[in-house]
Structure formats: C-alpha cells, structure tokens
Design a protein around this ligand. Structure first.
Ligand code: CTP
Ligand code: MG
Length: 231
C-alpha cells in the first residue's frame, strides 16, 4: 500500500495577525511547519509528502524549513486561493501509485505518529476517516441577529481535526464533484460526505491544536515543553 500526505500550508494566516504566514513563525526556535513535516518524514508508513505552499513563499520555505533539515519525501507544489483549492492542487501531484491520501494542516504541528498510523489502518478498512475529539464546550447555533436558535446535544458533537484520510480515488472524485457543482467546504470530509460515503471518526488528542490566533503560540510552546520532558 502506497501512502501520500498532502500538507496545505498556502494560507495567509489572517487571524494570526503576524507579518509573515503563521507557518513560518517559530516555536522554541523552530518553524511551525518544520514540526509538522518532521512527524510525517519520520513515519515509516508515509511514502510521500506533498507540501502545498503559497507562490510567494518558495524562498522562505526553502531557506527556513527545507534547508536546515534532511527531508527525503517532500515534493513542493503551489497552492490556491482557498484551502480546498490548495488540497486539489496537491492531489493532482500525488504519485500515480498512491492508494491512500492523508490531508493534514501545516498549522497542526503537534500531531502524533500513533494517530497517523491509526488513521491509515482505519482507512484501509473504512475508506474515509477523520480525526476528532468530543466537544468540550456547549455549542449553540446562533442566528445572524445574535439570538440563539437551538442547542444541539453535546453527546453528538465532535471537534474535527486533521489528518483526514481517504482512498485516493474517493478523495479525487469528491473534489472533482465539488468543483463541478461549485461547492466549497472548510474540510475534505465534507466533500466526501456529499457523495453519501460514510466517514469514520478516529479518536484524536486535544493537544493536536491548529495554530490560528496568537494565544495558540503560547499554548503550543507549553505543550512542546511538556512533551520534551516526557522522554
Ligand atoms: N491553507 C492553504 N491554502 C489556502 C488557505 C489555507 O493551504 N488558500 C492551509 C493553511 O496554510 C493552514 C490550513 O490550510 O495550514 C488550515 O487553514 P487555516 O488555519 O484557516 O489557515 P489560514 O487560512 O492561513 O488562516 P486564516 O484563515 O486565519 O487566514
Ligand atoms: Mg483559513
């Protein structure tokens, strides 16, 4: 079985409010994107890493992220104007032998190998899996006028993370159908759900945060310190 991971890292990081794309900010001196790449580079079940970056960031990526490390699995691809477009650009460059594709946000540097391995195993069985954790907070659906419309039962609510993992043909079909029908989703599973294919939950860790706003940098550094004390 051949496995590729697509890492979308071509966003603007607008909510981070930093002068550079958040993925090139450092945590304890190392770029966020390097943490993410290191985990997949080291994971023996991953054959290929398709790193999707902004067209203006090839230089910074090569200098700050690729040059200081010895990556052997990475192929660089230019991204698009939305996450979905960036993933699709990556999908087009995946090696033709690929059976299973994982999609993992460049901005989730704290992913652990055990979750990647479990995602691959479960996808061999179920064709579509997404990593998730039970919602900790009560979530309400709010109308545009600022009043609560209803409160879904929290027992059925999960926060969805990445990786999201699919058989290659299924993910490609889902993206092509979405393009034809002019649908944009915030994650890949949404596109697969639209094809009426069941998507299985893989239980993840709360630590696998997406670096989005400035306080996430503080949380991530604390978690990195915690992990580095574990061995
Ligand atoms: N992404 C991408 N191409 C885009 C938009 C997003 O590859 N056109 C990537 C981001 O780089 C990130 C991941 O998708 O790793 C998740 O997106 P998000 O956290 O929303 O990142 P940004 O879009 O960069 O941030 P913001 O929404 O705050 O601008
Ligand atoms: Mg975004």
């Amino acid at each position: 079985i051949k496995t590729s991971v697509i890492i979308p890292a071509a966003g603007q990081g607008t909510r981070m409010n930093a002068p550079i794309n958040k993925q090139y900010l450092t945590l304890r001196g190392k770029p966020i994107l390097s943490y993410t790449l290191d985990v997949f580079e080291r994971c023996s079940l991953i054959d290929e890493i398709i790193l999707v970056i902004n067209k203006n960031e090839f230089k910074i990526c090569r200098q700050q992220v690729l040059a200081p490390h010895n990556y052997s699995k990475i192929k660089l691809v230019e991204g698009g104007s939305t996450r979905q477009k960036s993933v699709y650009e990556g999908l087009k460059k995946v090696s033709p032998q690929t059976d299973i594709v994982l999609v993992h946000d460049g901005a989730r540097p704290l992913i652990k190998e055990d979750i990647i391995v479990q995602s691959i195993y479960e996808t061999i069985q179920h064709k579509a899996t997404i990593v998730a954790v039970p919602a900790k907070n009560t979530i309400k659906v709010v109308e545009k006028d600022g009043f609560v419309e209803y409160t879904p039962n929290r027992d059925f609510l999960f926060e969805i993370q990445t990786p999201q993992t699919f058989t290659y043909d299924l993910l490609l079909d889902a993206h092509e159908k979405a393009i034809q029908e002019e649908v944009e989703g915030t994650d890949d599973a949404f596109l697969v759900e639209r094809m009426c294919v069941p998507v299985k939950i893989v239980r993840g860790h709360y630590n696998n945060i997406k670096i989005t706003t400035p306080e996430d940098l503080i949380i991530a550094e604390s978690l990195i310190d915690l992990f580095s004390g574990e061995h």
